[in-house]
Design a protein around this ligand. Structure first.
Ligand code: ZN
Length: 276
């Protein structure tokens, strides 16, 4: 099956009301746990490499992602999560990524459109779809649903039209990392956005959102869900559970891989991800 793109895996999800998980990782062991879960369920998966501290080692990680995708028997998307600059996007394209997110959501609308369009122009000739964000998905530690930069549905429709992106990350009460308090999804904003935007919608900050909310969100048009924190928490709990005398690099590596696999499996089932 090997390397796939967002255009391969997301539209069937939007049409059939299921979601494909996009799982971040920061080490090959974590990545292997995610792939194990996809293989076991025979479902497509989006491997996400975050534009952050690890970008320094992109050229080392990327060949491993490409090799893992080629070896896999299921479709694997090699995706840049939250590309912060056009330069970062170019580096990922050169390194063999099949999918790019450019995040200029902290910029004013016109600037967000300009930068996103530039990335789409770079990616389109290569057949690579682009995800972008409108409204702003902030950090869970600052979470305050009453003082939040929600996606404006009409602006979202205009943004998709102007930029030619393939997937739109929406801000509907979601946030990255651990939420301060309980997440509160703004369903009217999601409903209106889904009505006006026909491309797949993306939910960032999936860790901590309830199973009931997920089911509702997916039925309403979200077909890519980003998860990292819950995977890391599961692996962390398994590390802590190892008896002291048995704790070494081997048992730790195994716990991380098994933790990432287990929580990815749980999300694949919850999102009802289907084989394509
Ligand atoms: Zn995100």
């Amino acid at each position: 099956m090997a390397i796939a793109t967002l255009d391969d895996v997301l539209p069937p999800g939007r049409a059939q009301k299921y979601a494909v998980g996009a799982y971040d990782f920061m080490s090959p062991t974590m990545m292997l746990g995610i792939i194990d879960a996809a293989e076991e369920t025979r479902t497509p998966v989006i491997l996400q490499f975050p534009d952050g501290a690890c970008m320094e080692d992109l050229e080392i990680f990327a060949p491993a992602m490409v090799a893992a995708a080629k070896k896999a028997s299921v479709p694997v998307v090699i995706h840049l999560d939250h590309g912060k600059s056009i330069e970062a996007c170019k580096r990922c394209l050169d390194a063999g990524f099949s999918s790019i997110m450019i995040d200029s959501s902290t910029q004013p609308y016109d600037e967000n459109v300009r930068i996103t369009k530039e990335v789409v122009a770079l990616c389109k000739p290569l057949g690579i779809p682009v995800e972008a964000e409108l409204g702003h998905v902030g950090q869970g530690k600052d979470y305050d649903p009453d003082n939040y930069q929600y996606t404006d549905p009409k602006e979202a429709a205009a943004f998709v039209e102007a930029t030619g992106i393939s997937a739109l990350a929406v801000a509907i009460g979601n946030a990255h990392g651990v939420y301060r308090g309980k997440p509160r999804i703004n369903y009217p904003v999601l409903e209106e956005t889904a009505k006006l935007v026909s491309i797949p919608l993306v939910l960032h900050g999936g860790s901590g959102i309830s199973d009931e909310d997920f089911k509702k969100i997916i039925k309403m048009g979200v077909s890519k869900i980003n998860i990292f924190t819950e995977l890391a928490q599961e692996a962390g709990a398994r590390l802590k559970a190892i008896e002291n005398e048995k704790l070494d690099v081997f048992s730790a590596t195994e716990a991380i891989r098994a933790g990432f696999k287990a929580r990815t499996l749980q999300k694949i089932r919850l999102f009802e991800t289907k084989s394509i």
